[in-house]
Design a protein around this ligand. Structure first.
Ligand code: F6R
Length: 615
């Protein structure tokens, strides 16, 4: 996810300030590097930095620059580290085309090879840079600017929101969209604007055109025309929409909080992560199959993702995997780290001090150890210490409590598990395909769940308001879900939670149960289900108030429960293995509404920071 902003005017405007303000309002979409291109009468002045928008202003004093055309970008890196060279805008060989892009061009490697063989020179490692070069190529074949852009887009697989300018046609800017948002605002007869999202347009206009997939718009000063990428000769009529939101509401896409928005982002975060090439997961699987000892380490939510991942991978690998909290890694393994070991490190930020220290220490203690990491941030410190890494595609997460990044971490670990199954042939290929189908349907299951269930969860959370203590219980892989669900409620609603094994809870914790004590059971119909029914009875018979998370066809646990939250998924083993992904949104939503009931801000839990860089 990145933010793009552009404007074209027939006035001499304070263009530097307007362009930087535009991307500043989109900074929630990404903030690791940024840049801007201005028309300078001949071609473009392109200014970029690795770092935040303030650094761009500080370095080039752009606030005082005047002009009438600019495109600007704030980046969340996916291909290529967040360096100045990889930041947008990107240009062609002659620097006559300047382009900003949000999305991923999946077939960029083939297109780049083709363009290099034709003599194009690339300056960055990004997928985006193929776009200005392809446009240059089509212009060189005699096509118009519009036709060159259309032909380029038709060659691209993947997602894009782009804004592109051509030095020889300084009175127009072309924008287009496929699966990455673009909105357009027009101050009639004077200035036209485009952006990845509405907040950037609100200081200029409240009347916005929303571009649909495969649509293209030609912006001129104070006017706009729309076309279909698939039939670019025919104009499309579009009506502007009037936007009533405040800037802050718009950044949250109309949701009251980032936490809620980011839970609703989960289906897309998963779909985008599913587009990561298979070979990245295969590299992990190959190392795991060769390894003597395997450790998986992380903190907080990432640790609970790793608990779920350990179950999935062990199932197909047939080797023991040790989960170790990163802060205890060195204490537990001093003098015991064997050669030919593998460490999987999981960290949303890739900057958690204890996680970094664990892998650094391990590499020093046993130099032939392999570090495999899963993070959400390209170029983060963790990637620099890793032999292989996977960058999940959740996009920036603003809410302090992790939500969408958790499901993408578990998904990535699930995909690694299935690559292990393929390599080891630990299951017949038809079975592996069924697991794969179940895993790829997790975004649809979550989408359907969120569509149907949010209001009913809100209603029963009201009755829980008085409770200060909760148990979250599960067995097998659902212990991970119980612990992560409990952590969410702890963080955002400030309640005391014991997230525990349902079986182990009868060896002590059960003595706390009194009439009405709330116990949340995570109960997918997997191999642990029968015994979990027994555990539910134990707690119910002591007066516990039973809330259970079950699949829609569930009967036994449902009959024992005071409240059920039902997940719309088939009750087969293929789906059950991935229940940590499909069951967690229920608990995230519950925690979100509990925070509201207690008058707390779910985006800013007390005493917590998004990234913990102290030991
Ligand atoms: C929980 C949460 C924290 C982080 C933990 C690790 O919602 O956000 O528990 O999960 O601090 O952070 P990363 O994943 O960045 O290493």
């Amino acid at each position: 996810m990145c933010g793009i902003f552009g404007l074209i005017s027939n006035k001499n405007l304070n263009i530097g300030k307007i362009a930087l303000d535009g991307i500043k309002r989109l900074e929630y979409r990404g903030y690791d590097s940024c840049g801007v291109a201005f028309q300078n009468g001949k071609n473009f002045d392109v200014k970029k930095v690795s770092g935040k928008i303030e650094a761009l202003q500080e370095k080039y004093s752009l606030n005082s620059l005047s002009g009438s055309l600019a495109i600007a970008h704030t980046r969340w890196a996916t291909h290529g580290a967040p360096t100045k060279r990889n930041s947008h805008p990107h240009t062609d060989c002659r620097e006559e085309i300047a382009l900003v892009h949000n999305g991923i061009i999946e077939n960029f490697i083939e297109l780049k090879e083709e363009l290099i063989s034709k003599g194009h020179t690339f300056k960055s490692e990004t997928d985006t840079e193929i776009l200005p070069h392809l446009i240059e190529d089509y212009l060189g074949q005699g096509f118009s600017f519009k036709e060159a852009v259309v032909r380029t887009l038709k060659r691209c697989k993947g997602a894009y929101g782009i804004a592109v300018c051509y030095a020889k046609e300084p009175d127009s800017m072309i924008v287009a969209r496929k699966e990455s948002p673009i909105v357009i605002g027009v101050d009639k007869g004077a200035t036209s604007y485009c952006a990845s999202d509405i907040p950037a347009l609100l200081p200029h206009t409240r009347s916005c055109y929303i571009l649909n997939d495969d649509e293209l718009a030609i912006l001129k000063a104070g006017e706009v025309e729309f076309f279909s990428v698939n039939n670019a000769n025919k104009k499309i009529k579009k009506k502007p929409e009037y936007i009533k939101w405040s800037v802050d509401d718009a950044r949250k896409n109309g949701y009251d909080h980032f936490m809620l928005k980011e839970i609703f982002d989960e289906p897309d975060a998963l779909r985008n992560t599913l587009k990561i090439p298979d070979n990245e997961f295969k590299n992990f699987a190959q190392e795991l199959v060769k390894a003597n000892q395997i450790y998986i380490t992380a903190a907080g939510t990432s640790y609970y993702a790793s608990l779920a991942g350990k179950y999935m991978i062990t199932r197909f690998l047939g080797k023991f995997i040790q989960n170790i909290e990163c802060s205890e890694f060195q204490n537990r393994l001093s003098g015991a780290l064997e050669r030919n070991s593998v460490i999987i490190a999981v960290s949303q930020s890739g900057e958690t001090a204890d996680t970094i220290e664990a892998v650094r220490w391990a590499k020093e203690a046993q130099p032939d150890i392999k570090i495999l990491s899963i993070t959400n941030v390209v170029g983060s410190s963790l990637t620099r210490y890793s032999d292989h890494y996977i960058v999940t595609r959740a996009g920036p997460e603003i809410g302090v409590a992790s939500t969408k990044t958790y499901v993408t971490q578990v998904l990535s670990l699930g995909l690694i598990a299935l690559e292990v199954a393929k390599l080891k042939k630990s299951k017949p290929s038809e079975d592996i395909q069924k697991y794969y189908d179940a895993l790829t349907s997790t975004p649809d299951i979550i989408e359907e769940f969120l569509d149907k269930n949010v209001n009913s969860i809100r209603a029963f959370v009201k009755n829980l308001e008085k409770n200060l203590n909760y148990f979250f219980l599960g067995r097998g892989i659902s212990i991970a879900t119980a612990k992560e669900g409990g952590l969410k409620l702890k963080e955002v609603a400030c309640r005391f939670i014991e997230g525990y094994s349902a079986a182990h809870a009868k060896h002590g914790p059960i003595s706390l149960v009194r009439e009405g004590f709330p116990i949340i059971f995570i109960a997918p119909p997997d191999e642990t289900y029968k015994r979990l029914v027994g555990n539910v009875m134990e707690f119910k018979s002591r007066g516990g108030y039973i809330i259970s998370v079950v699949v829609e066809s569930d009967k036994k646990v449902t009959d024992l429960s005071d409240v059920t939250i039902r997940i719309p998924q088939p009750s087969t083993r293929y789906y059950n293995l991935f229940s940590p992904i499909t069951f967690i949104p229920a608990l995230q939503i519950l925690s979100y509404f509990a925070a509201l009931e207690h008058g707390l801000d779910p985006d800013k839990p007390l005493n917590l920071a998004k990234t913990v860089t102290v030991h």
